[in-house]
Write a protein that binds this ligand. Sequence first.
Ligand code: GLC
Ligand code: CA
Length: 540
Amino acid sequence: MTDRPDGLPWHHNAVVYEVYLRSFADGNGDGIGDLAGLRSRLPYLRDLGVDALWLTPWYVSPMADGGYDVADYRDIDPLFGTLADAEELIRAVHDVGLKIVIDIVPNHCSDQHPWFTAAVAAGPGRPERAKFWFRPGRGENGDLPPNDWGSMFGGPAWTRVTEPDGAAGQWYLHLYAREQPDLNWDNPEVRAEFESILRFWLDRDVDGFRIDVADFLVKDPQLPDVAGHAARTTQPWEDQDGLHDIYRAWRKLVDSYPRDAVLIGEIWLKPLTRLRPFLLGDQLHTAFNFDFMGLPWNAGRFRQTIDTTLTSIGAAAPWVLSNHDVTRHLTRYGRAGTGSEWQPDPGTPDLTLGTRRARAALLLSLALPGSSYLYQGEELGLWEVEDIPDELIADPIFERTDHFIRGRDGCRVPLPWQAAAAGFGFGPAGAKPPWLPQPEAWRELAADSQAGDPDSILELYRSALRLRKTRSLLGADSLTWLDAADGVLAFARPDGFGCAVNLSARTVPLPPHEEILLASGPLAEGLLPPDTAAWLRLAG
Ligand code: GLC
Ligand code: CA
């Protein structure tokens, strides 16, 4: 089923806006974003012109990892609201004409999930433990971890439990924080439970799922050490063959509902071509284009990644510049390098340069075939906050790396809505301050200071999203490169739509055109200055 005249599903070239719930808008004044806050801002999202929202986890959670440690997949955390609020929110999102995609976290649950507490209480060898990866330790007293795997957040991927009789006992696997035990997907109960969870939410009319660490669910059952296997291209916890059966079953399940729900995978496998087997038509619909997200400000690199994407995966790898796990792109583009995923390059970013490039990058990504994911706050020109005081940092990475890596809170600072209000209007009048402090300089970036100012980045986003809807950008997936100077990307899309982006340090001529539809910054007469992009109606 589809609501599009061309028969393509809605997500084929939708623009999806990621809502990091605890930092979007606070409805009840406790300083933490919630469903009521989001609901009150739906008109803003509708007017921005996006097609869908992706919400980070809203489930019951002890919040050891911002909600990616789920204790109950069928209920909402009281910090965010109630199940009834979620049901109303889904309706309200649909009423303003948007779709809603939710996060599903199948690789691990919370150590407070009843399955895990029961597994610990049951003791070694009991079936309750088979839903996780419990193993005896190595060494004489079993006090060494079962293998040498490390947690993605730092430290070992294993934690030892105390057995019901008080003795030091088995270890369990957690590829993330110790509060996030990995589920064993070889266990049929685990599979059945997640299919039931998917149904629970599809029955409540969600339009799809963003699958958290979609490539880690299945492990090599031997749990082999990784040291001494540097040449191995696939780690024993990633990209295992068994994943495909899981996603085939999920796809069948999702397709049995009449809403064209989307399955989008969070898969960090490199290179991007490794996503292909997941996207063959019977598994995931799409998977984020993280190669694109990680690119430095370099035309050749962008062109190469765009070409590889389109030839190997087509429109199934949505363009993405930022998300809640990486340094905001405005800051990355304001530095010489790209910044690693969780630890930015040292040195002070040039935020003016970063802003100019972020504006140009928007026009580039929205002009490419397929769908795009935006991360909340990029439309306000927010940068990475890199001076959060140590004692306020909530990301478990900070503790797990002995304060070596500061983690991801810098892109999770609550949004500024109103320049004149306390906490920039993140919460209602009289609310507690936002859970992370906002830079004073964000006053100028507050949504209400930018609205109506044609030079603001917010109005650039609105214009671009509006134009994208009216132009043939929603049509066929084709892209033709045009001749362009070194360091410049220029391409044509169907019906004479053109895009030119100058990533070089020199001003260059625009491709021959009849009309300039939109530009990311001031243009010199017929010329495209550095770090600027333009949308064109091409000549003839
Ligand atoms: C994903 C999420 C990230 C989370 C991790 C563990 O990468 O995007 O925020 O910490 O999975 O669930
Ligand atoms: Ca709140």
